[in-house]
Design a protein around this ligand. Structure first.
Ligand code: NDP
Length: 451
């Protein structure tokens, strides 16, 4: 708490008091408030009208029961969440996460981060997030469908293309989005394409949305490397996770000439010194939905699998690290190992994957460090492009859409870089992202009055 400006310390104290037992939310608020001391020193009017207190309080939080019947005929009950955090810049926008660890604190932290991330994209979208403690692992297609339909039977009344627009996140990909959108369409009796993003091309999706978060993070890291006169060519890269973000980070890094030698899932990680065979990884993860150890078994060739209780993927020496699995997956100890092994850049594909201690280690060592709210904004930016295409009943080519994504990521990079310079912290992307995102949301909120 000491690193927070004394004028802002009561804000954090109140957030902790009112949101007891939600450590991830406290962590996310703490990190943003830490950056705002320089802003309120320069622009004290942001301390007026409880503006910062209002930014930390979600506009609306919805928690609901999701009953569904499994393949054995047993009734199961899960809990659903949607936190509509901030709509100063546009309709609430943010993904749905299905994972047993989901609770209101996790969804709140994600919605809070999303608000600033969406502002950084420069697109007209507010911040929100949702999900359920449902575990999709091992469930049949029919069970997934019944669960998604039950969830949407309640959630549909809170959504709308001008109100709240969900998308995917951990455990929610094209299949789940299809089932949720299908039920929304049925209940509302209208084909409201812009109410969901991450849709398949067949019913109004955007080209390059699936790839966007991983590609976007790679563009961001590439821009950071260029500030030091280098690029991905010939660099050794480690990407954690093997889901949507990880797979398309690996694809783009490879196309930029980097060599990705390790990736993971929650069971452990694999090291493939020859460079990951992406076609094999995609088949195992997106078609067969198997564990990562299967990659080592099928590839042979000296590839080894290390179980998660036997070591950390961050022990693998690399030039660039791209944590792309989940929050707090990279500890202070991991960061020290990465620095010792000579890492030069870290791009957060996941949301808040580095612990506060890890972030400090990277910043103290002058590692190029891209925080998730800037580096992984390509996904939501392309979701906003999907909404644009839906609104104009248009469909762009892959090249057109990727070119827009690349331009947005370069612009987010430059905004963070310039903002850090402006506030006297050159090269500090954490500060740059937090301040630039905050100022956009805060300015709009000031104009809208106390609401
Ligand atoms: P996926 O479900 O496609 O993949 C998640 C990956 O992370 C899987 O390999 C999963 O392994 C692993 N993982 C998840 N939870 C844990 C855990 N507790 N411990 C270890 N590994 C874990 O999700 P996405 O790729 O979509 O999301 C990854 C991250 O990126 C999340 O933080 C998400 O919020 C963020 N993000 C995603 C965006 C998107 O467009 N999809 C946009 C912006 C951010 P396993 O299968 O074993 O669980």
């Amino acid at each position: 708490m000491n690193s927070i400006d004394e004028k802002l310390q009561p804000v954090l104290a109140e957030v902790i008091r009112r949101n007891a037992g939600e450590p991830e939310f406290h962590q996310a608020v703490h990190e943003v408030l830490e950056s705002l001391g320089r802003v309120v020193a320069k622009h004290p009017h942001y301390l007026e009208q409880a503006l910062i207190e209002r930014i930390c309080e979600p506009e609306r939080q919805i928690i609901f029961r999701i009953p569904w019947t499994d393949d054995q005929g047993q009734v199961q009950i899960n809990r659903g969440f949607r936190v509509q955090f901030n709509s100063a810049l546009g309709p609430y926008k943010g993904g749905m996460r299905f994972h047993p660890s989901v609770n209101v604190g996790i969804i709140k932290f994600l919605g809070f981060e999303q608000t600033f991330k969406n502002a950084l994209t420069g697109m007209p979208i507010g911040g929100g997030k949702g999900g359920s403690d449902f575990d999709p692992k091992g469930r049949s297609d029919a069970e997934i469908m019944r669960f998604c339909q039950s969830l949407m039977t309640e959630l549909h009344r809170h959504l709308g293309e001008q109100t709240d627009v969900p998308a995917g996140d951990i455990g929610v990909g094209g299949r789940e989005i299809g089932y949720m959108f299908g039920q929304y369409k049925r209940l509302n009796n209208r084909f409201e394409a812009g109410v969901f993003t991450g849709k398949a091309l067949a019913y109004g999706g955007s080209r390059a949305r699936t790839e966007a978060t991983g590609y976007g993070n790679t563009y961001f890291v590439d821009s950071m490397l260029k500030t030091r006169g280098t690029n991905f060519d010939g660099k050794t890269v480690v990407v954690s996770g093997s889901g949507n973000v990880a797979i398309y980070s690996i694809e783009k890094v490879q196309s930029f000439g980097g060599k990705v030698i390790a990736c993971s899932d929650s069971s452990g990680y694999i090291v493939d010194e020859n460079g990951i065979d992406l076609a094999l990884l995609k088949e195992i993860k997106t078609v067969r939905r198997e564990r990562i150890s299967e990659y080592a078994r099928r590839r042979g060739n000296g590839v080894h699998f290390i179980a998660s209780d036997k070591g950390s993927i961050w022990d693998v020496p690399c030039d660039v690290a791209m944590p792309s699995a989940t929050q707090n997956e990279l500890s202070g100890k991991d960061a020290r190992v990465l620095v010792k092994n000579g890492v030069i850049a870290v791009g957060e594909g996941a949301n808040m994957p580095s612990t506060p201690e890890a972030v400090k280690v990277f910043r103290d060592a002058s590692v190029l460090f891209a925080p998730g709210k800037a580096a992984n904004a390509g996904g939501v930016a392309t979701s906003a492009l999907e909404m644009q295409q839906n609104a104009s009943r248009d469909s762009w080519t892959f090249e057109q859409t990727e070119a827009r994504l690349a331009a947005i990521m370069r612009s987010i990079h430059d905004t963070c870089h310039e903002t850090a310079d402006e506030y006297g912290a050159p090269g500090d992307y954490v500060l740059g992202a937090n301040i630039a995102g905050f100022v956009r949301v805060a300015e709009a909120m000031r104009m809208l009055g106390v609401i």
